[in-house]
Design a protein. Sequence first.
Length: 496
Amino acid sequence: MARRGLLVGTAATALTLGTVSFADAATGNDAPDRTRTVRGTLPTGSPDYVYLPVEVPRGVREIAVSYTYEKTPVPAGTPGNALDIGIFDERGTELGGRGFRGWSGGARSSFFVRADEATPGYIAGPVRAGTWNIALGAYTIAPEGLPYEVTITLRFGPTGSTPKPVYPPERAKGRGRAWYRGDCHLHSVHSDGKRTPAQIAAAARAAGLDFINSSEHNTYSAHSAWDGLWGDDLLILTGEEVTTRNGHVIALATDPGTFVDWRYRARDNRFGHYAKAVRRAGGLVVPAHPHATCIGCHWKFGFGEADAVEVWNGAYTPEDGIALAEWDNSLVAAVRTSKPWVPAMGNSDAHREPDKVGLPQTVVLADELSREAITAGIRAGHSYIAESSAVTLSFGASGGRGLHAGIGERLRVDGDDTPVTVRLEVTGAPGCTAHFVTDQGTLFTATLPESGTGTVQWRTTPVHAAYVRAEVRHPATVPGLPGAPAALTNPVFLEG
């Protein structure tokens, strides 16, 4: 039986359609499957999220949902129709509430949830009686509107048992205090990626990584999908890419099973609340690809709540150049106001072949290969970004009475005119140049040996450079633009 989706209530950023009822459905283990189909059209200007309530009777072992929508042709430059989907159970759709049961965005046209299993992106568990809500997210709507059709099937029978989730351990063997390489922005089949968790783990090892972070769009279903894939050589952290309409943010290394809501915009003044929730769950708040040009990707929440910022996302593009420049400007502001600074990091955002896991990677100085030590190193800025495990750096400054400071640290000398020596050691960067960037811009450039292994030194003073960071870049391919980086460091601050 098909019915029309009718609007029965509105809110600032959501609306609710008429309830789908299965009141006439026979129940019990032998009851036949019951199906309802809802059709409707979302007009332009619809709220971000539309909820389709479904009354689920007792005795249901599985709820299955499929949907389609018309991709109406539109003129060049006009967004066409794109409709995301997810589901909330009988505990409700309240922001940050416990009712979340899964989200697949636009990656799937169907899904199911039952006690013992669920489609990737969704959370297995009992299908309890009550009002469930299918969440429709109209990412973009064509001028003619978005016609959609949603089909809900209930299957009856014994509920079955829900397996206890197995989560990755918080510590791997590691090498003691050392530099550890990681990629904290990755997607699998649990959101819009094509790789399985096993394929990602294999790719991470092949890329020479020591740690990765699970970061699916708006779901934590992958947190329990890594059983047997970690080891002494690979630490697996759990998180989420919180994908709002005003930008994406990596919730990095949160407690396994943590759900971070995404259903708000910058104007709703809710981001600070959820940033604090990420930290309460032991994680870091990392705005992702802040200048990406895809609809909804451009970061609009500011960086006041950020623990780090992703300035290099996948293969280096002009968008990353803008993010890097904006981050550098933030360092100048931090020096001027004596406020805390936000470290930079880089990740692959790999979804499928030919996306390279570990291009780029963040190399972190940590006391051990553990969740606590890695997040502490990222938060402190004791890290640099490299295009691959072939590239290694050592960077620091020394001066005064034998004092030394490394990446992310402060060198305090006796006066503003005290000479300071900045030293960069590089391996694995053939044909590249080294650049020292300060609050005044790039003040020193040197060509590395053709082998890609070399040492570069520069003398300055705190009055001349409030901070120094290093960039190792390939030759330029576009006249007037710098070459793509092979590596970037966080700064060393100089104080007289």
